[in-house]
Design a protein around this ligand. Structure first.
Ligand SMILES: CC(C)(COP(=O)(O)OP(=O)(O)OC[C@H]1O[C@@H](n2cnc3c(N)ncnc32)[C@H](O)[C@@H]1OP(=O)(O)O)[C@@H](O)C(=O)NCCC(=O)NCCS
Length: 251
């Protein structure tokens, strides 16, 4: 990824971002004002310079961009769980007899397909961004960095299917904003499996601490009750973000 800058009227840098492409739309990821520049002063110029682009930015700058015509596509929060120091995660409790724990890299994504679809039904805030192809790419390590070996799946041995998964990827950068990242947490919504998402997540935190990882980050779309699940486990919210379409991007 290339770091690019937005220049002010006098040619001075006022904002920077990582350029990427999303579904054919040019995208300014992690768009932020440079030190010493007030978001309110940079917003108009950013909207003009990046007209037609999408952008991901913290909510504070996003609010000023929206005032100048940007349209919100998605709001989400990022969280971190520090794995070193005093508060080490607790070891997982015993699993129900019909559930077997497997390393995710030994599981065929097809064995999780039905559960994945059921976990993100129509109406779920992440339905549109939960394609099976993305699950396959996350497990293959081609979407967000290599799959970390602590990624885990619960198999219902009576049914022979995966009923919960927590995937973590070795993303570049440093915690708490970047670095090792939980890219997926989901379980079969059937009542019989209530609570196994948190159970598996606690297990992955514990095994990741044992493996020496510094922290695990994750993101949750605004409106998803999973954010409360994460806070109950001990994740700490680091920021509110927005995905925006700037100017006349036409989508
Ligand atoms: C997030 C998830 C893995 C958590 O699984 P879990 O630990 O088994 O927890 P539950 O699903 O039982 O939910 C935990 C609590 O939230 C409540 N809850 C469940 N669905 C809810 C909803 N749609 N709205 C509000 N509360 C909800 C449950 O009643 C439960 O509360 P309780 O502990 O007081 O009984 C699971 O809910 C899931 O797969 N969700 C769909 C996929 C998803 O959104 N993943 C996260 C992406 S960031």
């Amino acid at each position: 990824m290339n770091t690019e800058v937005v220049l002010g009227a006098g040619g001075e840098p006022i904002a920077c971002y990582e350029e990427e492409s999303r579904d054919g739309v040019r995208w300014a990821d992690d768009l932020r004002v440079v030190e010493g520049v007030a978001p309110v002063d940079a917003a108009e110029r950013i909207v003009r310079e990046l007209s037609g682009w999408g952008a991901t930015t913290q909510a504070s700058l996003g609010a000023h961009l929206v005032e100048r015509g940007a349209r919100i596509q998605r709001e989400f929060d990022t969280f971190t769980y520090g794995l070193q120091g005093i508060s080490r995660p607790v070891a997982p409790s015993r699993l129900p007899a019909n559930l077997s724990l497997r390393a995710a890299d030994t599981v065929d994504p097809a064995d999780l397909r039905a559960t994945y679809a059921a976990a993100y039904p129509v109406g779920h805030p992440d339905h549109d961004m939960s394609m099976f192809e993305d699950l396959q790419a996350l497990m293959a390590g081609t979407l967000m960095g290599p799959l970390l070996p602590t990624s885990a799946v619960l198999i219902d041995t009576e049914r022979g299917v995966g009923v919960a998964a927590v995937l973590a990827n070795d993303c570049p950068g440093s915690p708490p904003e970047e670095g090792p990242w939980i890219s997926e947490v989901f379980r079969d919504p059937a009542t019989a499996y209530r609570g196994i998402g948190s159970l598996l997540l606690r297990h992955v935190l514990w095994s990741s601490a044992e493996a020496g990882l510094p922290a695990l980050g994750l993101a949750a779309t605004a409106g998803n009750h999973a954010a409360q699940v994460y806070e109950d486990i001990g994740f700490v919210r680091t920021a509110r973000w927005v995905d925006l379409l700037l100017g006349d991007s036409g989508r």
